[in-house]
Design a binder for this molecule. Sequence first.
Ligand code: MCN
Ligand code: CUM
Length: 795
Amino acid sequence: MTTVHERVDTFHDNDQKPVGYGRMLRKEDPRFLRGRGRYVDDVQLPGMLHLAILRSPVAHARIVSIDTSAAEASPGVKAVVTGAMLAQQNLAWMPTLSNDVQAVLATDKVRFQGQEVAFVVAEDRYAARDALELIDVEYDVLDPVIDARRALESDAPLIRDDLDGKTNNHCFDWETGDEAATEAVFARADVVVSQDLVYPRVHPAPMETCGAVADYDAVDGKLRLWSTTQAPHAHRTLYAIVAGLPEHKIQVISPDIGGGFGNKVPIYPGYVCAIVASIVTGKPVKWMEDRSENLISTGFARDYIMRGEIAATRDGRILGIRTNVLADHGAFNGTAAPVKYPAGFFGVFTGSYDIEAAYCKMTAVYTNKAPGGVAYACSFRITEAVYLVERIVDCLADELGMDPAELRLKNFIQPEQFPYTTKTGWVYDSGNYEPTMRLAMEMAGYDELRREQAEKRARDELMGIGIAFFTEAVGAGPRKDMDILGLGMADGCELRVHPTGKAVVRLSVQSQGQGHETTFAQIVAEEIGIPPSDIEVLHGDTDNTPFGLGTYGSRSTPVSGAAAALVARKVRDKARIIASGMLEVSVADLEWEKGAFHVAGDPGRSVTIQDIALRAHGAGDLPEGIEGGLEAQICYNPSNLTYPHGAYICVVDIDPGTAQVTVRRFIAVDDCGTRINPMIIEGQVHGGLTDGVGMALMEMIAFDEDGNCLGASLMDYLIPTSLEVPDWETGFTVTPSPHHPIGAKGVGESATVGSPPAIVNAVVDALKPFGVRHADMPLTPSRVWDAMRGQARPP
Ligand code: MCN
Ligand code: CUM
C-alpha cells in the first residue's frame, strides 16, 4: 500500500563500497565528538583585539548624549565608537536583506531593548566589557509599542521616524489568492469556522551564538571575515556594496558555526562593527555575543497574529480557506525572504487540500522589539502557514463532529492532480498523501488510540491525539521570480577529480550541522562511483567555493544537491570520452556501472573512474578535442521548488491536577522524495520534532509592557531537553521530485514546521471534555490550566 522502499546496499562503516546513498556515519562527527570542531569563537589571530557592544536598556528612547571619555581611559581600551562616529563615515545604517535599513549603532533613537548603541575595542574581553559600564548614555525615554495590535492606532508612538515621510508604524501589506472567489465559496458553504490564533515570538537559540572575527589587511586591502553566517556569498556581496570594496577583496569564512536554524541568515550590526573596528585599529577584532544578547537582539521567529477561517460542506468537503494576519516585524524589517515574497512562503496556507478558493490579507507592522521574523526552521514562514491550516482543519473537524484523520483524507489533493497549482499560485511538484497518512495511522495504531482515549475519558483522564499533515515548499528558488536583494537564488558547484582518483567538491551552501560534508559526498559518489570517503566537501569560504545563496529554507538539497549531481554527471560525461579512448571503442559502446565504464557485451574490458582520472592528468594522448584534467563547474537554477510532505500524529497525556502536558508518543512519517542518507534525515527529523515540543509547550520570547524582554536567558526562555521528549517514531514514504535531477526534496525544516500543530491539536483534543476548541502556544501548565477553566488569557 505504501511507497516505502529504501536501498538495501546501505553501509554503516564508511567502507570503500562505491555506492552513494544510504546510511553512512557522518564524516564531520569525529572532529565534533572529539571536541575539535572549529567554531568562530575558536579563531585566534596574532594581536587580536576584542569587541563588546553597549546595548540599549530601554525599548524606545531618544539618545540625548553619549559620554565615552571614561571608557576611553579604561585600561586596555583601544577604541570606543558611537553611532555619531559611524555616521561621519556614512556607516551608521546598513541595508537589511528585506530592503529596509537597520541602525548599525543608534544615532537618533533606540528602537528596541538590546539595540546596539556603542562598542568598545580592547585588549581582552574583560577589559572591553568593563569599559561598557563606563559609557554614559542619557536617554529620553519614549512610550514603546510592544503589542502589534497597538501599532496602527492613530495615537501610537511613531517608531521609524528615520524613514522619510513615515507617519505610522505600517511596514507592508501583502495579499494572495482571490478575495471575491473566496467570499463566494464562504457565502454558499454549509459550515464556516473561524478561529483566532497566535504564533508567538520564539527564538532559534543555536548552540553557538552569533559572532565574527574581522581582519583587515591595509597592505593588500583585503578583509577576511570569519563569521557565523548561513549565507557567506550573499553576505560578502552586501559587505562589498556597503564598503565599496570588490568582492575578491573580501573573504567570508564560515567555519563550524554551531547551529543556525535561521538565526545566522541576517547580517547583524555586530559583524559590521567588527569590520569597522579592524579597519580603525589595524588589528584583527573578535566579537562574540553572549546568550542574552543572542536572545534579545538577534533574529527572532514567528510573531504572527492570525485569524483563520474555513468553509466546508456539511459532509466535510473543504471549500475555502481565508486568513487575515497581523505580522510583527520588530523595529526594522530585518527578515530575509525572496524580494517578491515579503511574507515568505506563507502563501502555502492552503495546505495539502484540494479546495476551491483561498485568500490571505496581511499587514505587517513595526514594534519596539528586536528585528527578525524568518528564522527557526521556518521554510520562509511555512511554519506559520502550516500551523494555521492544520489548526483550523481541526477546528472544522470539531464543528462537524468528524474524525480529524477522516476529514483530512477526504480533502487531500489526489496523486493524479500533480503537478497541482494551488489557489494561491504555488505549483506542488509531486505528492501522494494518502499512503503517508495511512502509514502514520498504522504506526500509531490510530483506531486503538481512539478506543483508549474513549476509555480514559470515561474515567476523567485527559488523553489527546493530534494530527498534522503538511506540505512544504522548499528549495528557493527559480531565478525568474526569486532573488534576495537582487541576487538570483541559484547555486554553483565545482568538482575536481585528482590524478589519484580522489575528489573535492566545492559548494556554495553552508552546513550548520546538517551533515553536508557527508551527504554531498554521497550525491557525488552515487553519480561517479568514487567512494564518499574519497570525496572531500568544501564549503563556507567564499575564496574557495563558487557563488551561491547559501543554506536556509531547506534549499541545500533541492538546489545545491541538484548542482552536485549535475556537476558530477558533467565530469562523468567527460570521463566517458576519455574511457572510449582508453578502451578504443566508441562512446556509444560504453556502459556505466557505478565506478567504471565497460565495453557493452564485454564486461571484462573496463576502466575505473580512478583509471580515467589518472589518464586525464597523465601522459599519453586524450581523444580529439578533450583537454586534460577531470573537473567541471556549474550553476544550477531550479525550475521549481520541491514540495516534501508528512503526516504527524502526537499523543499527549495531561495531568488534571497540574495541567502539565506530557508528549507520550510522536509518530512522524516524512516524504522528502529520494533519500540520500536516511540516518541524517532521521537526525534532522528528531531535531525538528524537539523544536516542535519546545514551541508548542515551552518557548516564547515575551515582553512586559515597557518592552523589557522577559526571555533573555535560557532560565526564562525554555528549550526542551531529552526529558521533555518521547522516543520519536519515524517512518517514510518516497515520492520523488519530478524536476530534481535525483528526485530529492528538502527535509531540514519539515519536522519543525509540522510538529507544533500536531502537538497543539493533541492538547486541544485532550481538553475537549472542557469544551476547549483552541488554546495558544506555548501550552505551559498555566495556559492549559486557564483553558481548562475557560479563561483563555490574552497572549
Ligand atoms: N537530506 C537527505 N535526503 C533528502 C533531503 C535531505 O539525505 N531527500 C539530507 C541533506 O543532504 C542534508 C540534510 O538532510 O545533509 C538537510 O538537507 P536539506 O533539507 O536540504 O536542508 P539544508 O541542508 O538546506 O539545511 C537547512 C535547514 C534549515 S533552513 C534549518 S533552519 C535547519 C535545518 O536545516 N538548521 C539546522 N536543520 C538543522 N540541523 C542542524 N543540525 N543545525 C541547524 O542549524
Ligand atoms: Cu527559516 S530558518 Mo532556515 O530557513 O535557515
